[in-house]
Design a protein around this ligand. Structure first.
Ligand code: AMP
Length: 286
């Protein structure tokens, strides 16, 4: 496995792989790799011949008061993890390789980016879609892999790819969790033990919602109320939003639609200073 920092090197390596008939899989990450990222890389390695992982803490997706500076970085460890998981190439560019001058061109997906997290992180998705568009143009993958953990991000990226006729497929992989149910995240490193205990309630609430829906409860107001009750077990856990949304438009639902993917229940909450997000796919009884 090779690690490169220049766009031209990625283009050369990908062109060589393509020349020998290999398919290209791509996993974009911000590093601080964990079991969630590993599952994406392993899936890509199973599906594709040549797997590229990018490690880039993208400044354009962080708000002014967010954690860009303190975001965990450990490239040496990330490279080892990528090699073990079956990656062929790690692309770890410096900021000025990706943004050599002031960026004036943005990819901005309307409407669905203003809901859920978009309400609290106004320019976040514009940064995500722009950097993903740039990375897709650099890596030119056949398939790019994203995690269900960031449900809104996956929906937004899929919409961008469809609207702009980008020639790749987006594959969304299941959320990897700790035994406690807590969704694994690079930001979990910021949590104290006590905050981690409180954070478990997020998945407990989502699971409660999923169970009630499976038992036939279709009223979203009731389902949200039930999630609030679970979260209220800790007075220190501050919910930012608790929503049940249409899985494509991300608009709030009043009643569950019938089906295997009837809705997404999504929560953003702060067990302290750290903002955590999680979600669950809701299905109704068959
Ligand atoms: P990040 O490094 O946080 O930008 O995440 C890179 C990719 O890994 C995104 O597609 C995330 O959705 C995905 N990811 C992060 N955490 C998890 C997890 N616990 N399970 C599955 N995928 C994840």
């Amino acid at each position: 496995m090779q690690t490169v920092t220049q766009i031209s090197q990625v283009r050369t390596e990908v062109a060589n792989a393509r020349k020998s008939g290999q398919s290209i899989g791509f996993v974009p990450t911000m590093g601080a790799l964990h079991a969630g990222h590993i599952s994406l890389i392993e899936t890509a390695a199973r599906d594709c011949d040549f797997v590229v992982v990018s490690v880039f803490v993208n400044p354009t997706q962080f708000g002014a008061n967010e954690d860009l500076e303190k975001y965990p970085r450990n490239l040496e460890r990330d490279v080892e993890i990528c090699a073990k998981a079956g990656a062929n190439l790690v692309f770890a560019p410096a900021i000025n390789e990706m943004y050599p001058e002031q960026n004036l061109t943005w990819v901005d997906v309307d409407k669905i980016t203003t809901r859920l997290c978009g309400q609290y992180r106004p320019d976040h998705f514009r940064g995500v879609t722009t950097v993903c568009a740039k990375l897709f143009n650099i890596v030119t993958p056949d398939i790019a892999y994203f995690g269900q953990k960031d449900a809104q991000q996956s929906v937004v990226i899929k919409k961008m790819v469809a609207d702009l006729n980008m020639p790749l497929k987006i594959e969304v992989c299941p959320t990897v969790r700790e035994v406690s149910g807590l969704a694994i995240s690079s930001r979990n490193q910021y949590l104290t033990e006590e905050e981690k205990q409180d954070a478990k309630l997020i998945y407990a609430a989502l699971k409660k919602c999923s169970q009630l829906a499976k038992q036939g409860e279709q009223n979203c107001e009731i389902l949200i109320k039930e999630m609030k009750i679970v979260l209220a077990a800790s007075s220190k856990l501050m919910p930012q939003y608790i929503k049940i949304v249409n899985p494509k438009t991300l608009a709030d639902l009043e009643t569950l639609i019938d089906g295997a993917i009837a809705a997404i229940a999504a929560i953003a909450a702060k067990p302290g200073k750290t903002r955590l997000i999680d979600n669950i796919i809701i299905s109704t009884p068959t």
